[in-house]
Design a protein around this ligand. Structure first.
Ligand code: ADP
Ligand code: MG
Length: 696
């Protein structure tokens, strides 16, 4: 199906450079934070408002306030260019005299702008300096004839580095002119209940605030647009499900229970009640003739892998195949090693499918999958390739789902016609966000950890004290402890991350030679990386220096210390994942979060949350509160939609409404053939799901 964009949208999907005042350079700057199309700019809402109506007297004008004055220029002091002193104009105005200052301004410009003996209207922020009122670089200087050029109100936008307010406003007002009347996609009754304006009016109004209450999340125009965005999100999810027949027929599996009974006998532990509960939920889904689409949430170390393995065995018992999709090769290899151990007594060998395999090896695996000889396969994105064909895929498990987008999850599901899908995540997702990313997915939670787990003691340590940290580490390592040292996340490139890790590794090799430190990062050859992981797993090395490559899934129960450098640069979910690498066995474990001060208030508060709790859900909720949903799950790789108009901490009730309305629309048979719906989705939905729909 290909859906073309309605004509009504063309002007809004023109490039930003088509707007006056936006050249290639500015467009470049905007691309990252705002977007590339006119509509992206319109979705960039003001965060404040300048009110220039105040015309105070200089006698009682408030320091720092925004004010407008009628002035008569009395004198000008414009120093020659090489003199560092600012240019200073003395003016007479309501109530007395004041100074207008300019730093590094051109003489000609100044002489023309504020000619001595003439009147001007000036507006800007007022300062008091040694009892004199002054204004540096007024925002407006107008001759009396042009006084109307100054707006009484101006929207204030969150400015990104290098973007100037005036060109941005100019581009925006030109962008707003491109708006056309749109068909109404919101239900009439909802519009009436909330007193919402239509789309075009709402867009226009949000960009023309006249007071702080116009900026509030609860202003009708803002609410309407927030709803539009949430509605688009919910519609996309629900249409996506419909489109891919997810709810349609699945297979009613009939597991014999033979393999899982055998496995349970060999386990050195009994399952936790939470694991049993979740397994029975999964079992019911597998036996039902409908397709399972279930999200399994469980904090790090809660034992998700065991749950997945038992569910996978059910699929095998029922005569099917099963695949485990993981985000990294490291994790794939590790899962294979773990599962091989568990499955050996059952006579089943799990196979591995990775990107860089030799053609012959790969061909053999593809063949095994197609004939059905291979029952269990573990792999990375390589599993999603077109040439991977299963004979009877009955369960796809997606581990650490936050690394995969909606589309990838669905492709795997499609490989086995009607196959069950279990999505596992260790990144606790606040309940408010669950719905936005997963729509009506069924959710199971592993809300307890295996008994005997020790709490992880977390300490915050200033980077200046790295010497102390190394000494304490030395003592622990010489007592036989194993530890992780996580290197700072350098934003720019993976190469830089790698260099930082290499440097730290070299440094620790000289300081702690007895621990035989090894190194693992994303830029290494996978054989070398595997060798390092192997050495650490067996204990040949007791210190693993790594980048966040070990963030997910790595399971070495003997490791009891994790040191994280520049913890302030990580997201809380990520820190929690990293910390979850320790405390997996029965040894008392600790986590040292090193930070580089000074910390901002929020950064400090966030690190304190990490120190105060080990509960992933609590951390996620707190993080959501401190930072807002957009950043909680790390933007791009999260697969989580980012909202620019809706603020879930304010608009949560609208989310349920949006879901209900989306249900109604889908139930009423509205679909992607519907122009209004395509319009809505184009305007508001940025998730890849929609691109998937439209190109599907
Ligand atoms: P995660 O949820 O982080 O993926 P894992 O599945 O890796 O957790 O489990 C962490 C560790 O706990 C593993 O070594 C696993 O074998 C072990 N484990 C799983 N279930 C139990 C249990 N019921 N009792 C004790 N240990 C368990
Ligand atoms: Mg895991």
């Amino acid at each position: 199906m290909h859906i073309s964009r309605p004509d009504i949208l063309f002007s809004l999907f023109a490039r930003l450079t088509s707007l006056p005042g936006i050249g290639p350079k500015m467009a470049d700057q905007m691309a990252k934070r705002i977007g590339v199309h006119v509509i992206d700019l319109l979705r960039h809402l003001p965060v404040g408002v300048n009110d220039r109506r105040a015309r105070p007297s200089v006698v009682d004008v408030e320091e720092g306030s925004l004010a407008t004055f009628d002035v008569l220029v009395l004198s000008a002091d414009i120093p020659p260019a090489r003199v560092k002193r600012p240019a200073r104009f003395r003016v007479e105005t309501n109530g007395g005299e004041m100074d207008i200052l300019f730093f590094h301004a051109q003489t000609d410009y100044l002489k023309n702008t504020l000619p001595v003996g003439e009147r001007r209207l000036v507006s800007g922020r007022v300062e008091r300096f040694q009892n004199r009122v002054q204004m540096a670089h007024p925002d407006y200087i107008l001759s009396p004839a042009n006084a109307d050029d100054m707006p009484a109100f101006e929207p204030l936008y969150p400015l990104t580095a290098g973007l100037k307010a005036k060109p941005l406003r100019k581009a925006l007002s030109a962008g707003l002119e491109r708006l056309r009347d749109m068909p109404e996609w919101i239900d009439k009754q909802v519009m009436a209940d909330y007193h919402w304006p239509d789309f075009k009016t709402a867009m226009t109004v949000v960009h023309a605030p006249r007071s702080l209450s116009d900026i509030s999340a609860h202003a009708p125009a803002r609410m309407r647009l927030a709803f539009d965005e949430l509605f688009a999100n919910q519609l996309a999810l629900q249409l996506l499900r419909q489109q891919t027949d997810i709810e349609l027929a699945g297979h009613a599996l009939m597991p014999t229970g033979a393999l899982s009974a055998l496995l349970r006998q060999t386990l050195p532990f009994t399952l936790t009640p939470a694991q049993e509960k979740v397994l029975s939920e999964i079992d019911a889904d597998q036996r039902a003739p409908l397709r399972m689409l279930r999200l399994l949430q469980g904090d790090v170390g809660s034992g998700k892998t065991m749950v997945a393995l038992l569910a996978m065995l059910s699929a095998v018992e029922a005569g099917g195949q099963t695949a485990l999709l993981v985000p990294t090769e490291v994790l794939a290899r590790q899962h294979q090693a773990t599962l091989t151990g568990f499955l050996a007594p059952l006579g089943i060998k799990p196979e591995l499918l990775l990107g860089g395999q030799k053609p012959r090896e790969r061909a053999a695996i593809l063949d095994g999958l197609e004939t059905g000889a291979i029952r269990i396969v573990i792999g990375t994105h390589a599993l999603l390739n077109d040439d991977v064909v299963f004979s009877a895929l009955r369960l796809a498990v997606v581990d650490e789902q936050h690394r995969f987008g909606v589309r990838q999850r669905l492709i795997l599901g499609q490989k086995g016609d009607g196959c069950d899908v279990l999505v596992m995540t260790a990144t606790p997702i606040p309940r408010t966000l669950e719905m936005t990313a997963f729509g009506d997915l069924s959710v199971s939670r592993l809300d307890e950890k295996p008994a005997g787990r020790q709490e992880i003691a977390t300490a915050l340590v200033n980077h200046d004290r790295i010497g102390d940290v190394v000494e304490r580490l030395r003592a622990a390592l010489s007592g036989g402890m194993r530890a992780y040292w996580i290197c700072p996340l350098v934003e720019e490139t993976e190469k830089l991350d790698a260099t930082a890790a290499e440097d730290r590794h070299r440094h620790l090799c000289t300081l702690l030679p007895d621990a035989h430190p090894v190194l693992a990062h994303g830029q290494m050859k996978s054989v070398d990386r595997d060798a390092a992981m192997q050495a650490f797993t067996t204990g040949a090395s007791r210190l693993l220096v790594a980048t966040t490559i070990i963030e997910v899934g790595v399971d070495v129960p003997e490791a009891g210390i994790i040191i994280i450098e520049h913890a302030e640069r990580f997201g809380l979910a990520q820190l929690h994942q990293l910390r979850g690498r320790v405390g997996r066995g029965n040894i008392a474990s600790s986590c040292i979060l090193m930070y580089q001060g000074p910390l901002s208030e929020t950064a400090g508060a966030r690190l304190k949350i990490m120190r105060n709790t080990n509960d992933g859900f609590e951390i996620a909720e707190e993080d959501l509160r401190l930072r807002g949903p957009g950043e909680v799950l790390g933007s791009r790789q999260s697969g989580m939609p980012e909202f620019s108009l809706a603020d879930l901490s304010e608009h949560a009730p609208l989310l349920s409404l949006a879901r209900d309305e989306a249900h109604k629309a889908v139930a009423a048979g509205r679909s992607l053939d519907d122009k209004d719906i395509v319009t809505l989705l184009s305007l508001f939905e940025k998730d890849s799901a929609v691109r998937f729909l439209a190109s599907g």
